[in-house]
Design a protein around this ligand. Structure first.
Ligand SMILES: NC(=O)C1=CN([C@@H]2O[C@H](COP(=O)(O)OP(=O)(O)OC[C@H]3O[C@@H](n4cnc5c(N)ncnc54)[C@H](O)[C@@H]3O)[C@@H](O)[C@H]2O)C=CC1
Ligand SMILES: O=C(O)[C@H]1O[C@H](OP(=O)(O)OP(=O)(O)OC[C@H]2O[C@@H](n3ccc(=O)[nH]c3=O)[C@H](O)[C@@H]2O)[C@H](O)[C@@H](O)[C@@H]1O
Length: 430
């Protein structure tokens, strides 16, 4: 099939490459000429495992191409996936859907009345699909097919998803999407057919549930800190109950990224618009618990530095919002680093992949090429993104001024660090 993918960021670039891997002819479209140039050369403009290999293979075979031209896109495909951003608005918690509207307008201008299936994948406030569908020209139809991929596992999640959600209003749309995803469906992926509103809600409900699970365990961490308990053991103790499950129960500095934080805020804002704000009031608490974890690290850091961070040297391991990504959107690690810097500490950050992005967004921080260099003469070490290489660091060899570490992600081995003479402190223990 001939597909276009409109918006080639973290979602769209992966979707485009994965669709080519599934055997489709794909044209990726973006308004950013630099991104299009990199992608056309077979290079991912961000770090995502396995993406470079897919891009290189399929751009070389010409099954995957990229353009900034909507005219070319309209002429190329029978199916157009919308993958543009829907960030938090600057003036409220609601989602900014203007990029989506601009993409739909740019595409439909060039469709010329021919048949087309436009498929939304971006995460949107419920009601957006209906609104867009009403503006489409004759011949064009809408479907909504939300995406559940995780960064760091994006290629795998796209090729072998847990489920496919198809928000459709016609059999034709359903059949076309089933054909697009034939490989995954033949491999047994469950398909959920839904109306537009339910498809949109499944996505925001999934992210709200995941955020709730993380904030739940972090609320337990707060109680453990007050009651002399150990949240890591608590998480194990409840996680063995299959109804609860151990996944997404990792306590620590909390969730960040370009999705969970903005999606729970937008979901609550939309519920308020719909007159059912009370139903999602709890999401404000989920958000607040999450943000309190960041300040908890700062408070702990200050305490471990004898009551003041001013003039102290603090090494931060991690800048990305999670490992195996260079995405620093709403990164807890950088937020904590910036808060500590604001208390007049000298902060040096190391991250295996995210330092270029971090340098641009947080120029006030220092950056070091490796953990050893970051740790040089530090009074305090913070572990804030659990890259596997950080767990392999030999604590005995770090050239610090004081052997004190806060493990904000719980990924370091306390016994190993303590054996090397470190004061090891994690979150969720008194
Ligand atoms: N990043 C992720 O892991 C996932 C993201 N999503 C959702 O997917 C959507 C996109 O997210 P990301 O890829 O992370 O954002 P992103 O910011 O990385 O990518 C968005 C892309 O859209 C492009 N764009 C903006 N306006 C455009 C237009 N008019 N025409 C063509 N391209 C345009 C931008 O240049 C950018 O490359 C959001 O709604 C997000 O919530 C859903 C699941 C996973
Ligand atoms: O809508 C989206 O964009 C995506 O948002 C999340 O994916 P992602 O943000 O890539 O990463 P997650 O693995 O969900 O991690 C999010 C944040 O939660 C943190 N986290 C995760 C799990 C956990 O137990 N504890 C915890 O603090 C991570 O460190 C990270 O900062 C969802 O997991 C995806 O299903 C969804 O498609």
């Amino acid at each position: 099939m001939h597909l276009t993918v409109i918006g080639c960021g973290y979602l769209g670039a992966v979707h485009a490459a994965a669709m080519a891997e599934c055997g489709h002819d794909v044209l990726g479209v973006d308004v950013d000429p630099d991104k299009i140039a990199a992608l056309s050369a077979g290079q991912a403009p961000f770090h995502e495992p396995f993406l470079d290999a897919l891009l290189a293979q399929h751009t070389a075979s010409r099954r995957l191409r990229f353009t900034t031209s909507y005219q070319e896109a309209a002429a190329f495909g029978e199916i157009h996936f919308l993958c543009v951003g829907t960030p938090q608005r600057t003036d409220s918690d609601a989602a900014d859907t203007t990029y989506l509207d601009a993409a739909v307008d740019a595409l439909t201008t060039h469709l010329g009345g021919g048949p087309a299936l436009i498929v939304g994948k971006s995460t949107v406030p419920v009601g957006t699909a209906q609104r867009i569908a009403q503006r489409l020209p004759a011949g064009a139809e809408l479907a909504w097919n939300p995406e559940f991929l995780r960064e760091g596992f994006a290629v795998e999640d796209t090729l072998t998803p847990d489920r496919l959600v198809l928000g459709v209003e016609s059999q034709n749309a359903e059949m076309m999407l089933r054909a697009v995803y034939e490989a995954a469906i033949d491999a047994g992926t469950p398909v959920v057919i839904a109306d537009f509103a339910t498809a949109e809600l499944i996505k925001t409900a999934a992210n709200a549930f995941l955020a709730t699970k993380i904030s739940f365990i972090n609320a337990m961490a707060e109680v453990c800190e007050a009651a002399d308990g150990d949240v890591t053991v608590l998480a194990r103790g409840i996680g063995y109950d299959e109804r609860i499950g151990s996944r997404f129960l990792r306590p620590g500095v909390g969730f960040g990224g370009g999705c969970l934080p903005k999606d729970i805020r937008a979901f609550a804002a939309r519920a308020t618009e719909l007159g059912t704000g009370q139903s999602l009031e709890f999401l404000a608490h989920i958000d607040a618990i999450n943000l309190r974890r960041r300040q908890r690290v700062v408070n702990l850091a200050r305490q471990l530095c004898d009551g003041s961070l001013a003039g102290k040297r603090v090494a931060v391991l991690g800048a990305a919002f999670k490992p195996d990504s260079d995405d620093i959107r709403d990164s807890p690690a950088l937020d904590v680093a910036a808060r500590i810097h604001a208390e007049d500490a000298e902060v040096t950050v190391h991250d295996p992949r995210a330092m270029d992005n971090a340098r641009k967004s947080h120029p006030q921080l220092n950056y070091a090429a490796n953990p050893r260099a970051a740790a040089e003469d530090a009074h305090l070490l913070l572990h804030l993104t659990e890259w596997p290489e950080f767990a392999r660091i030999d604590p005995a060899t770090l050239p610090v001024a004081a052997r004190t570490v806060i493990d904000g992600r719980g990924g370091l081995d306390p016994a190993r660090w303590r054996a090397a003479g470190w004061t090891y402190q994690t979150l969720g223990r008194s």
